[in-house]
Design a protein around this ligand. Structure first.
Ligand SMILES: [Zn+2]
Length: 390
């Protein structure tokens, strides 16, 4: 059974209005007056106000969590609205923390909302996180996930973890005092680019709603105390097959941050750890902007334009002059390229196409290889505005 993370604190009283508002909680013996006071006393930090952060913020505010901190540096975009239900159509273009705060206040004006309109980094994470009782991780990248994990271990607070991709979600509670941490489960990040982001691979809109609600449920149990949490368990959810699975997680005695003889005592450089810093020996990839490409096409410059996207993406928007070669076939089809002619590689946002260029280089290709900066979305924004972005 879980102990409350704020069990030894003086708790605030509830007003009559609060007793009315939270009556359905007060009727549950597992929550009761004491549990509701704990929720009022609690401070929860949400890292990210995207797909996972949205249900987390909405339900935790409604549940009566006294202080919600929200960290995000992003602005609301139209493509967020399919799943980030805390933001509305009228919020497109606003900072996500501002839009989220308005919505939280609309649900529960008593919730004290602290906004951090910044990227969480090694320089600010401990300062931002130190006053909170629980952190819920709603980030979408490995460097922030390791950063949140390490900061939580160093500060001794639980990290309620969730992640989503396409139709699959994961959730757990990493609390080094009582169980494993994220590093015990994943000691090393995957090589950069190997696991596509939701921006490249897509995600079914309701999935973050489900996983974010699971996280909110864990946060409430950690505050109220009692119940069984996901400490030491990894929950795997497949929305397409509608299956939940569970893995038992053990603490790794050799874990570099929560193990018996830790080697990490402070926050590190997470971009470097996740391999995101440029390798000095690696030849840089040459880029071409959408406008430069348009000029070269208009001049009838000889070019080989290669679309590296998947067939279902080409169905969304086509690049007229391009030949389609899937990423996995690039090196094998090296003979189809003419090294005397510049080759331009296209994907959605200019990240996967880099792998096409690297694959050809590794296969010994000698011609000039150019990467379309920001992909076909940049072409649609800057050159052919009749095309959609996705
Ligand atoms: Zn660990």
């Amino acid at each position: 059974m879980t102990e409350s993370v704020i069990k030894d604190r003086d708790l605030p009283d509830l007003t009559n209005e609060e007793i009315g508002r939270y009556s359905r909680h007060l009727l549950l013996p597992e929550v009761g007056l004491e549990g509701q006071k704990r929720l009022k006393e609690a401070k929860v930090l949400l890292v990210g106000t995207g797909g996972l952060g949205a249900p987390l913020a909405l339900y935790l505010a409604a549940a009566g969590v006294g202080t919600l901190g929200i960290v995000d540096f992003d602005f609301v975009e139209e493509s967020n609205l399919q799943r980030q239900v805390i933001h509305g159509t009228k919020d497109v273009g606003r900072p996500k923390v501002a839009s989220a705060k308005d919505r939280i206040k609309g649900i529960n004006p008593r919730c004290n909302v602290v906004t951090y309109n910044t990227m969480l980094t090694s320089a600010n994470a401990l300062d931002i996180m130190k006053d909170y009782d629980v952190v819920a991780d709603g980030t979408d990248n490995y460097q922030t996930r390791y950063l949140v994990n390490d900061a939580c271990v160093l500060l001794g607070i639980p990290n309620v973890y969730g992640s989503i991709f396409q139709f699959e979600g994961q959730a757990s509670v990493f609390y080094a005092k009582e169980g494993p941490c994220y590093r015990c489960l994943y000691p090393e990040p995957p090589p950069p680019g190997l696991v596509p982001s939701c921006a490249e691979g897509g995600v079914v809109g309701v999935l973050p709603g489900i996983v974010g609600c699971l996280q909110a449920n864990e946060v409430i149990k950690l505050i109220v105390g009692g119940g069984d949490t996901l400490i030491g368990r990894l929950l795997l959810f497949d929305a397409w097959k509608l299956k939940f699975r569970e893995l038992e997680l053990d603490k790794d005695p050799h874990c570099p941050i929560c193990g018996k003889s830790p080697t990490i005592y402070e926050l590190i450089d997470y971009e470097q750890f996740c391999g995101l810093k440029k390798n000095q020996d690696e030849e840089p990839v040459e880029i071409i902007t959408a406008r430069e490409l348009k000029e070269r096409i208009d001049r009838n410059d000889p070019l080989q334009i290669i679309d590296t996207r998947e067939p279902h993406e080409r169905a969304i928007v086509k690049f007229p002059q391009a030949r389609a070669i899937p990423l996995g076939q690039m090196a094998r089809r090296i003979d189809e390229f003419d090294p005397a002619v510049d080759a331009v590689f296209i994907c959605k946002i200019g990240q996967r196409s880099v792998f096409a260029i690297r694959a050809l280089r590794e296969a010994g290709y000698k011609g000039r290889l150019l990467n379309l900066k920001d992909g076909i979305n940049a072409w649609a924004r800057e050159v052919d505005t009749t095309l959609p972005t996705y």
